[in-house]
Ligand binder design. Structure first.
Ligand SMILES: NC(=O)c1ccc[n+]([C@@H]2O[C@H](COP(=O)([O-])OP(=O)(O)OC[C@H]3O[C@@H](n4cnc5c(N)ncnc54)[C@H](OP(=O)(O)O)[C@@H]3O)[C@@H](O)[C@H]2O)c1
Length: 258
């Protein structure tokens, strides 16, 4: 029982792991015993975050701007050199765009779709040799794609390309799960509700959260680091070995109770 949630000996990469949800996830994986590589677009921010997280375990900075599939190919090549094996891929980096429908610009589509959907797919494709090499019947390799409640139900956020991209992430997750099960690689989508990060900063005023937003969340609060880290640790550990193709909301009931 004591090792049911242990990640000792596992090697992981978390895109966008220097801040926000990615950082919460990276810290959780480190605490559970994994070696973790993180990305950020700015090298100094990436290095500083990895050095801070070094207090929890081995954390490696791999700066990358994942706006193009070529950048994802390059990132995986650098990961291979720096870390080698890969048991866990967390596709967390994401981009949003909000705007009124009458003036929602065409340029709000390609960048969002590239960062949220295309480069996560490229990360999966490029890491297949590593993931396939470590996955076994009892202990598969794990891919976790970070989706969003906005891709599951109408949230009226005026984030049209973002919501569509996240619905695509959810479907891509199921598609990949079916195709990769025979290689002992599980693929799941973790679907956050509202967490206090830079992406949701416009919904908060310093520490006070809009009462309307809290009323919209059945459990009446925003998500916390342990909420997101806990589900990812579960999915990556022995406890989650039999789960694949799942779309798991971590949202205080926004999807399930709606
Ligand atoms: N916060 C929420 O309530 C919420 C809800 C549902 C889903 N999500 C999802 O959770 C994930 C993390 O978002 P967050 O809330 O933590 O927001 P955030 O603090 O704004 O973080 C966004 C992350 O994505 C990375 N990123 C953005 N564009 C990138 C690019 N072109 N190349 C590489 N990395 C890029 C950022 O890295 P840098 O360090 O380079 O900035 C950062 O780590 C996203 O997929 C988001 O859609 C969040």
């Amino acid at each position: 029982m004591s090792d049911l949630f242990s990640l000792a000996g596992k090697k992981a990469i978390v895109t966008g792991g220097a801040q926000g949800l990615g950082r919460m996830i990276a810290e959780g994986l480190l605490r559970a015993g994994a070696t973790v590589a993180i990305t950020s677009r700015k090298a100094d921010i990436c290095e500083a975050a990895a050095s801070e997280m070094g207090a929890l375990g081995t954390c490696i900075a791999l700066p990358a701007d994942l706006s193009t599939p070529e950048a994802a190919v390059d990132l995986v090549a650098r990961y291979r050199d720096a870390v080698g094996a890969c048991h866990i891929l967390v596709n967390n980096a994401g981009k949003t765009w909000g705007g009124e429908i009458d003036s929602f610009p065409d340029k709000a589509w390609p960048g969002v779709m590239a960062v949220n959907v295309q480069t996560p797919f490229t990360m999966v494709r490029e890491l297949l040799p590593e993931l396939g090499a470590v996955g076994t019947d009892d202990d598969p390799a794990r891919i976790i794609n970070i989706g969003s409640v906005a891709g599951m139900k109408t949230e009226r956020l005026s984030a049209y390309s973002y919501a569509a991209s996240k619905a695509a992430v959810h479907m891509m997750t199921r598609d990949l799960a079916g195709d990769l099960a025979a290689r002992n690689i599980t693929v799941n989508a973790v679907i956050p509700g509202f967490f206090p990060t830079k992406m949701t900063a416009h919904m908060r005023d310093e520490d006070s959260v809009d009462a309307g937003l809290l009323a919209h969340i059945p459990l009446g609060r925003l998500g916390k680091p342990d909420d997101i880290a806990g589900i990812v640790i579960f999915l990556c550990s022995r406890a989650g070995a039999y789960v694949t193709g799942a779309q798991i909301p971590v949202d205080g009931g926004v999807v399930g109770c709606g």
